[in-house]
Design a protein. Structure first.
Length: 596
């Protein structure tokens, strides 16, 4: 129950007997007055009571003091007495004797060495009032005394601190002055050693300190020998004035030989020293076996130079994150530059650099390697090694004729290579890395059908703002995403397993995940094919025509069984990528033995 800050006034009603299950009560910051009702002791379940900043008076019931969280500040409670004082005489006081018929005895003279205590007198007023008056005056007197003592102690402490600071500064100044004088004397000896009349000793002899001889003694000997040298006239001495503004370390090592001068620059290096270092000179790609997680930082000017200012002609593919441009260095080396679309103001530099560190740790033969980045002028660009212009999407849907179509063995190799890439992301890091964008457009193929998966580790950069501006072709890529992501936005490695199953189904049938040109019941590939994967006759009919007859029914059934487990609607029923890679490895080995 919380009624704090409601400007409530008046006293609390004595009706808390029926609230024995109340746990928390907050009536703070109101104008409630009077004493706390006695029925509040019935609040046996109360663990938190806040009555701060009211006008409650009187004593605090002892039962409330046992509450674990009891706040009562800001109230004029009477803490010196358990009950309000009475107006009558205190019954504990002894009544005054009747002195009407008797004459009081004469008081004895006080002793000079011992003061006579004042006689105890009675009063018609309560003892509590006189006690409170004396206690109040005593407290005021004690408070004033404590303040005076505190001020005195603070002044003494401040004075001691100031004295110590002054002594410390004086000691530091004297130390610096003595070191200054010692260095001056050392430099005086060195100054005279460079006179043309006297041949200076070899440098190596100045370091030959005998056993038991300290550096100070050695310097003293140098100063003594210098004192015997002929002095120059004041006019000549002005030519060798020593600058004493050097550091202590420079002055101490007076006997050490000077460092060798740097080698002369070549004409090309002298020119480059005053210019911006070209990209090919300042960027050295890390070796394949390097464990370094750092990536090179590219400038916008360099990437514009090697991509021809990001011209349309240099676009090699387009993904959900942005366009990928081909970059060619002067030495002929090829790179790929991914420009993340709509990154201005959406991805901070710190978040972008943190993401770069994660991506730099990804090293696998079947994953496109990140070599650098650019975060200048609001741009967010990623630089990769160039692998191939051809994607799996091109190989499946653009090579419809029998000669250029992927063979059955090539499709198995593609499935195995891309599966190894996802297995590495899911099982080789402390926290699994989810691709979240696995589709044929991100599976790169070379002429030997080797696989390299692109855009790994970029799931955090794929926000809703980047999806809403996709083209129609890119919107179709959402059919690769798992049902739990489409329904609830859940991202996990089992979602990658679903996407992998859709790509394998695409390899098997040669169809796109969504094709509006087909009959309505065949437009969604997963819905149409899932119920036919366990029927060998229906399975044979749905195989891509260019590869019909290239695989046995046993291999075809095994491949369909892997697909069926990957595209399960419930994520817990999908196998991990490690199991899928093992099944594909056995299938590839069995297919190779059959072909032999």
């Amino acid at each position: 129950m919380s009624v704090n800050g409601n400007h409530l006034s008046g006293g609390l009603p004595d009706t808390f007997d029926s609230l024995n299950r109340l746990v928390n009560l907050d009536i703070s910051s109101n104008n409630l007055t009077g004493v706390l009702p006695s029925s509040m002791k019935s609040l046996a379940s109360l663990t938190s009571l806040n009555i701060e900043n009211n006008i409650f008076s009187g004593p605090v019931p002892a039962s409330l003091l046992n509450i674990p969280n009891f706040k009562k500040d800001g109230n004029p409670f009477n803490t010196t007495s358990a009950s309000p004082p009475s107006t009558g005489p205190d019954p504990t006081l002894t009544p005054a004797p009747n002195t009407s018929n008797s004459t009081p005895p004469a008081p004895a003279p006080p002793s000079p060495s011992r003061a006579t205590p004042p006689p105890k007198t009675t009063s018609n007023y309560p003892e509590g009032s006189t006690t409170r008056d004396s206690t109040s005056s005593s407290r005021k007197h004690n408070t004033s005394t404590l303040k005076i003592v505190g001020f005195v102690l603070a002044g003494v402490v401040l004075f001691i601190v100031i004295v110590f600071l002054v002594l410390f500064c004086l000691s530091k100044y004297q130390g610096r002055q003595s070191r200054y004088d010692r260095n001056r004397s050392q430099l005086g000896g060195v100054h005279h050693r460079v006179e043309p009349q006297i041949k200076p000793p070899p440098v190596q002899q100045s370091n030959d300190i005998k056993e038991g001889e300290t550096p100070d003694r050695r310097v003293h000997q140098l100063s003594s020998s210098a004192a015997a040298l002929p002095k120059k006239s004041p006019e000549n001495q002005k030519e060798h004035i020593i600058n004493f503004d050097q550091t202590d370390s420079d002055l101490f090592h007076v006997s050490l030989p000077p460092p060798p001068p740097p080698p002369p620059l070549t004409p090309i290096e002298r020119v480059a020293a005053n210019l911006i270092v070209p990209l090919e000179k300042r960027y050295i790609p890390p070796p394949k076996t390097s464990s370094s997680t750092s990536s090179a930082s590219f400038s916008v000017a360099s990437l514009q130079q090697y991509t021809d200012s990001l011209r349309e002609e240099n676009v090699i593919r387009e993904s959900r994150l942005g366009r990928v441009y081909l970059a060619e260095l002067p030495d002929g080396k090829l790179l790929e530059v991914l420009k993340i679309g709509n990154a201005n103001g959406r991805i901070s530099v710190d978040d972008f650099l943190e993401q770069i560190e994660c991506i730099s740790d990804i090293k696998h033969p079947n994953i496109l390697e990140l070599v650098g980045y650019c975060a200048e002028y609001g741009q967010r660009l990623l630089v990769y090694e160039h692998f191939s212009r051809t994607t799996l999407d091109d190989a499946i849907h653009d090579g419809k004729d029998t000669e250029s179509a992927l063979s059955w063995n090539a499709r198995l190799q593609v499935a195995l290579g891309s599966g190894k890439a996802l297995e590495y992301l899911h099982h080789s890091f402390h926290s699994p890395i989810v691709h979240q964008n696995f589709e044929p457009a991100n599976v790169l193929l070379d002429k030997k059908f080797s696989v390299c998966v692109a855009e790994c580790g970029l799931a955090e950069l794929m926000t809703s703002s980047s999806v809403t501006q996709l083209s129609g072709r890119m919107r179709a890529s959402l059919d690769y995403e798992a049902p739990e992501f489409q329904d609830y936005g859940v991202i996990s490695e089992r979602g990658d397993v679903y996407s992998f199953g859709v790509v394998m189904l695409e390899l098997l049938t040669g169809r796109k995940p969504y094709d509006s040109s087909r009959p309505r019941h065949e437009q969604h590939l997963v819905r149409w094919a899932s119920w036919q994967l366990h029927d060998i006759e229906s399975l044979s009919k749905m195989v891509d025509p260019p590869i019909r007859g290239q695989c046995s029914e046993k291999a075809l059934s095994h491949f369909a069984d892997i697909i069926s487990r990957c595209i399960q609607r419930q994520p817990e029923f999908r196998p991990p990528m490690s199991d899928i890679v093992q099944d594909l490895t056995r299938l590839v080995n069995a297919t190779g033995e059959e072909s032999e």
